[in-house]
Design a protein around this ligand. Sequence first.
Ligand SMILES: [Zn+2]
Length: 324
Amino acid sequence: MASFANRPLGSAPTGNSPDPLDIPWIDIHQHTQSLTWNDREKFDLSGARAAVMIAAGYYWAPYRPVSADDVRFLWDDALRRAACFDHRHFYDQYVAVGVHTWAGVDGAAELLAALPEYCEDERVVAIGETGIESTHHTAAWGLDDQRDVVREQMHIARETGLPILVHTPGSSKGGLPAQYSHSYEEANDSFTEPLLDPENAKREAVEIDLELAAEAGLPDEQVVIDHASPAVVPLVMETTDCYLSFSISAPWLRGFDPADVASAIEEYGADRIVLDTDLIGAMEHDVFAMKRTIMDLCRLGVDREVIRTVVYENPARLLSLDTE
Ligand SMILES: [Zn+2]
């Protein structure tokens, strides 16, 4: 293999030297409270300017039927931790507050009643994550009840003007390919039976979510269809004005790779495409996912300004963050 060491003194290396890779990024979706100090330091080391912590991360709390009090505690806990994190790191920590549908919640109505008040906190920049799910942790949540909870959060998004992060199904029970079964152990064992066709769950869930957004009168510009895969790219990009976000820290779970992101950008432009990490301590992940994906997209020939749009400008606009 060629190396600088073997090259005669005075000879120039062939090829262009890479330009510095100084593209900043904002992560609209991560489970910061389940990560470590070292992980958060790596965000600083790799160009983070801001990150949104999903407050309702109950799936790393003890498993039992989830009560409204549990979720309320997690919202308060996320806000308390966020204040600590951004006083000790060099990116700004924000919070998304919502009722996640990945486990049945007893007493969701009282949470929905409290949600608008949480949206007034200056750290709360989004509602979510929430969205129709097919399989659940601990206790199943029927589709009709999920519809009511998701629709009401979309209604609150309309009233408050905040964007909503729409979770979409990943792998169904037992659906992870064998080579990844160690990467998220619980996905193969702990989940309830699927409510939607496992082959088409993501697409079917997105179709319902879009119906609910229409029922709530929520403008597409406030909707982020999250955990994108090629299965929903045309649906979202051709029939809506919603944002589409690829969760890049666990592509094995979501069914895409950086080339799929590059293709979506090439086909539909960068204006409504976002990258987020969805980093969570409960599964195998890459804390440098954002920086590595930026490098991958560069190597795939995506223009740097375009990459900056999807990792920085779009998130900032969506979350109404100042980029000065
Ligand atoms: Zn998430």
